[in-house]
Design a protein around this ligand. Structure first.
Ligand code: NAI
Ligand code: SOE
Length: 379
């Protein structure tokens, strides 16, 4: 008989769906002694959360997250709400002794994140943050190649996350679906929403960041609030570019914007080492571009590795289809659940933990401080 991990999901939007899909799929593709159970879904609108629960197969619903935390039949709380609720829910969930899976960014700022880390550590509860791009097989493979020393000394790390969905001046801010434009709900703009992903991947692959210098811009200064219709100042960063020094001596260059016409969600990174370079692009997520300087000069070229092989060559791919057949965005969440469950069974932490995600939060805060002050900032 398998042990159960009974999930209480809070929020039924984009991530509520992505995580529910992962919970439903994981047991079919990854062996474990744990059954992930969709025990309860929670949101304020009863009709909407019941429809969500029916669609995904949750056994019950709640309309108040505090009630969800009181339930003895819930082992893990999954926080899929806007960022301004992460801390309050996580502190209460830790006090209730629940395992916590929290969406990114961990918190609105470093101070909040530190409180959250202390709460889960004091309570001794398992915790993880959904920086899912780590578990795209080509990204995991990139980390493996660097750990094997195949790039040699690293000189440059470059990453972009480009979108174009807020260019219209008529787009309102705040309220449902548009909370990302409201600093009170999001904490920051592209820095916490998009660059946080690039920073998490970078810290994981290339190690810690020492200091940063940044610039941000808010191109549209005022927008109507969706709920009141009143024109209000926009206080998020629409775009952010920063440079940094990594602890390993390499230089970093990061850019994110919601004003890059033609780009919907273009996350890319490139890493240049003495012996080789690698490039990855979310729009072609199953491929890793590879340039090996050790190859005989006349044959040297960028090659495109289709990261779909079995036999342990390509991370996670043994669990899916036959070699050559690729997987997609949603599988990164399935992999994250599978890894989490494996760690949970052994009582081992699985990254990114709250503490790991706090490092990303610190870089985000240093970036925003630097943009404000025009100074280099230590992390
Ligand atoms: P969304 O706007 O689609 O969904 C938010 C959900 O939170 C809604 O279902 C809403 O009803 C619920 N909610 C709001 N206040 C609530 C309350 N008081 N009690 C219960 N439920 C409440 O937002 P989305 O895109 O799902 O984002 C949620 C979180 O996931 C954010 O922290 C965001 O940064 C993160 N995210 C992460 C992604 C990733 O790539 N890992 C992708 C998209 C979002
Ligand atoms: C914003 O549009 C968004 O959904 C982010 O919130 C996610 O974190 C990112 O993965 C995709 O874009």
């Amino acid at each position: 008989m398998k042990k159960q991990l009974r999930i209480g999901m809070i929020g039924y939007g984009f991530m509520g769906r992505a995580h529910s899909n992962a919970y439903r799929k994981v047991g079919h593709f990854f062996n474990s002694n744990t059954e992930v159970v969709l025990q309860a879904a929670c949101a304020r609108n009863e009709g909407a959360i019941q429809a969500f629960a029916d669609n995904w197969g949750y056994a019950s619903i709640e309309t108040d997250w505090r009630k969800l935390l009181e339930r003895k039949d819930i082992d893990a709380i999954d926080i899929c709400t806007p960022n301004n609720l992460h801390k309050e829910i996580a502190l209460a969930a830790a006090a209730a002794g629940k395992t916590i899976l929290c969406e990114k960014p961990l918190a609105m700022n470093t101070a909040e994140g530190e409180e959250m880390c202390q709460a889960v550590e004091k309570a001794g509860v398992a915790n993880m943050v959904w920086y899912n791009y780590r578990r795209v097989p080509a990204v995991t493979f990139a980390k493996r190649l660097i750990e094997e020393g195949r790039l040699g000394r690293i000189y440059h790390y470059r990453a972009n996350f480009l979108q174009d969905w807020t260019i219209s001046e008529d787009l309102p801010q705040g309220g449902n679906a548009l909370w990302r434009l409201d600093a009170a709900a999001a904490g920051s703009g592209v820095t916490g929403d998009l660059l946080a992903h690039c920073i998490d991947t970078a810290l994981w692959i290339n190690g810690g960041i020492k200091d940063v210098t940044a610039m941000t811009e808010t191109f549209v200064k005022e927008r109507p609030h969706q709920l009141t219709g009143k024109m209000e100042k926009v206080s998020i960063d629409d775009a952010c570019t920063f440079m940094c020094h990594f602890g390993n001596g390499s230089l970093g260059l990061f850019e994110s914007t919601r004003y890059a016409r033609g780009h919907k969600a273009l996350y890319t990174f490139e890493i240049n080492g003495a012996d080789a370079s690698i490039k990855w692009d979310l729009h072609d997520l199953h491929r890793l571009q590879w340039f090996d300087h050790k190859v005989e000069g006349r044959l040297r070229a960028w090659s495109s590795i289709h990261v779909t092989d079995h036999g342990g060559d390509h991370p996670y791919m043994d669990k899916w289809w036959v070699p050559g057949l690729q997987i997609g965005y949603e599988h990164s969440f399935v992999h994250q659940v599978a890894d989490f469950v494996a760690g949970y069974e052994k009582g081992e932490a699985v990254g990114p933990t709250f503490r790991d995600a706090l490092e990303t939060q610190k870089v985000c805060d240093a970036v925003l401080d630097s943009a404000k002050s025009g100074q280099w900032k230590s992390v």
